[in-house]
Design a protein around this ligand. Structure first.
Ligand SMILES: Cc1ncc(COP(=O)(O)O)c(C=O)c1O
Length: 369
């Protein structure tokens, strides 16, 4: 079976790590800071990188720093992994969901603008920020998003867990947010051999605070002074070491993913593929397309019969979970459609170009009747 995700496991990295850790520490190792600095350099970041234990923790740190006792509501998409909403709720904050664009699966900025324009003043006063999820490595018009955020004095948080390496107007999308987060979870495009994450912060003060919050609220050297209420979310040195090794080859991975994307867009005749802003150069983490609701089951079974995994990743809207319900209802018809028809196919690094071409050929040979 060709699966959507393949867990990376490189013996060479383990051999290298075995030697390296004769001279570095498992926690607070030198390689952790080196990773933060190298990511800033490689992605040409104008924001400061603070490693932590997961993408979820990175969101937790962002929301903890952004917290305002008078403004408790965050706007986000209903179509995402649970963490982009559950962390908000976990901190006793509230959510308003805005539907996704009908051309793709990302937060619809026109709907967002209309919502804010017509929003009841009492609610509007309570909205603190927007969590924009860059799903499958793609993103919406970040210039427009920034304008909206500025107009309404809202914090911009980028859930870039899936979009490490994605560019908008030739620069990393991580640069566009007040806080952006990535996940190094093993299925992600840039992944560790366990949990890992990073938060990127625009303001120097917030960055310093994040470094302390993720270290139980104290500085590395002075363990007696608790400066903020924090928790332990340090990135293991081992994970940092693995990521440093993988970073060297990241450009090649992006190039391969782009080849897959070009084959995909030039040869997919059978199904509608999502449409995006022309200033986007996405990392092509996951490739998706729409299969009509009435034939989607048949199509997925057909692919399974051909030994190719194919699935709808988000089958349920976040607000369909009782505990993730919003503070006020909104229309989510486009997002609902995605949960019924947006399928994903394998395009990971271990698939050869020949095999990927064959996957597309098999898709095109599908007969719905
Ligand atoms: C969109 C999104 N947000 C948040 C997360 C949470 O990341 P992590 O699993 O590293 O906590 C993930 C990854 O699983 C994700 O895909």
């Amino acid at each position: 079976m060709i699966n959507i995700f393949k867990q990376d496991h490189n013996k060479y990295f383990f051999a290298k790590a075995n030697k390296y850790f004769n001279n570095d520490k498992w926690i607070h190792g030198k390689c952790v800071n080196r990773l933060e600095k190298q990511i800033e350099k490689k992605l040409k970041l104008k924001v400061n990188a603070c490693s932590c234990n997961s993408g979820s923790d990175a969101l937790m740190i962002a929301l903890t720093i952004d917290r305002d006792p008078n403004r408790d509501i965050y706007i986000t998409t209903p179509l995402s992994y649970i963490a982009s909403s559950s962390i908000v709720k976990f901190l006793n904050l509230n959510i308003i969901y805005i539907d996704v664009n009908e051309e793709n699966f990302l937060l619809d900025l026109n709907k967002l603008e209309t919502f804010l324009k017509k929003c009841d003043r009492k609610i509007l006063k309570r909205i603190k920020g927007i969590i924009n999820v860059e799903l499958f490595g793609f993103t919406n018009d970040l210039h427009k998003l920034k304008k909206i955020a500025n107009k309404y004095n809202l914090t911009l948080i980028g859930d870039c867990s899936q979009s490490f390496g994605t560019l908008f107007h030739q620069q990393s999308t991580l640069n566009y947010y007040d806080y952006s987060v990535v996940s190094f979870y093993p299925t992600k495009i840039f992944s560790s051999y366990g949990d890992g994450g990073m938060i990127f912060l625009k303001k120097k003060n917030s960055f310093k605070k994040a470094m302390i919050i993720k270290n139980n609220g104290h500085e590395i050297v002075n363990k007696n002074n608790c400066k903020y209420l924090g928790f332990n979310s340090r990135l293991d040195s081992f994970q940092a070491f693995i990521l440093l090794m993988k970073l060297k080859n990241f450009n090649n991975l992006i190039k391969k993913k782009k080849i897959f994307y070009d084959i995909f867009t030039n040869n997919m005749h059978k199904f509608k593929i999502p449409n995006f802003n022309s200033n986007l150069i996405q990392n092509n983490y996951l490739l998706s397309f729409y299969v009509k609701k009435n034939i989607v089951k048949k199509f997925i079974n057909y692919m399974k019969f051909k030994n190719i995994e194919c699935k709808i990743i988000y089958k349920k809207l976040l607000p369909e979970n009782k505990i993730l319900r919003p503070i006020i209802p909104t229309n989510m018809k486009n997002a609902k459609k995605c949960t019924e028809s947006l399928v994903v196919i394998p395009n990971h690094n271990n698939i050869s170009i020949k095999i990927f071409k064959n996957i597309i050929k098999i898709i095109n040979e599908f007969k719905s009747k």
